[in-house]
Design a protein around this ligand. Sequence first.
Ligand SMILES: [Zn+2]
Ligand SMILES: [Zn+2]
Length: 336
Amino acid sequence: MKACVFKAPGAPLEIIEVPDPKAGPGEVVVRVKNCGICGSDLHAAQYGVLPSGTIMGHEFSAVVDEVGNGVTGFELGDPVMVVPMINCGVCEFCRSGQALLCTRQTGIGFEAPGAYAEKVRTRPEVLLKMPPGLSHRAAATVEPVVVGLHGLHRSKLLAGETCVVMGAGPIGLVTTMWARFAGARAVVVSEMAEGRRAMALKMGADAVVNPREQSPVKELVKMTGDGPDVVFECIGVPGTIGEAIRYVRKGGRVVVLGACPENDTISPMRALKREVDLRFSAGAELREFETAMALLASGRISTEPMITHVVGIDDFPRAFTALSHPTDQCKVMLEF
Ligand SMILES: [Zn+2]
Ligand SMILES: [Zn+2]
């Protein structure tokens, strides 16, 4: 089969021919339909945190292609969405119902081969059957949608509260969508790229600002008379958490979804004086995957506006490289 592999830090991905995966006992092979490019893939490719030859890709939908001995509940051709984490099932977190924090988690598309390839060999526990009405493209956005839903749950945002979303990349956009869905009184999104500001409006923002020109808090005060109850930090570069602490109203909550790999500094005194709740949000729970799939399938939420580019595998390495300096792209997706 064709696979698109990571070669070296900063180098383009390469398409190579690798043997087709075969389903062993207790395993399933799926044929990939769509796979989105995630910021963490771009980061991994740039900094080379993965061994050469790694097949990345963890935001994907597929159909069942081969069912190994002993696997029940799946048939050839079943459309599935893949939860890209294999938990160990035995550590203290797995046993206490917090599998999200599993200490021996295997990430599909990182430690295990992912979906920048025609087929993936995996385990049935990570396959969720797609509900009727859910397209394969939409199913490939479930993983980032779930990251936003988990952030919403971590924020405890209530209907009628207000928020600022910092950054309108895919995570900022899905967070905006969820804040709107949850009944926020006002959602203001700050984003430097013009194209992404336009997308934020389509995904449910009431107002968008370029933070180089205007403060999102000023905009929110203009609309509601007060600063944000919640600030979602969806950028992940040094300085943005400190900025979020400055933005949030006294006693408000800051939820960090941006994955900043570098050390950062904040002013504890400022956060303390304002009694800010600072929370981090990473993972996702199985029921959040089910919720996201059901709501996408019913059309009550939609990620359609953020899918800007769909490419075949031959054009994929170029599209991947282009996304490290995005212009008008947002969610770029591989399609078979
Ligand atoms: Zn992702
Ligand atoms: Zn575990």
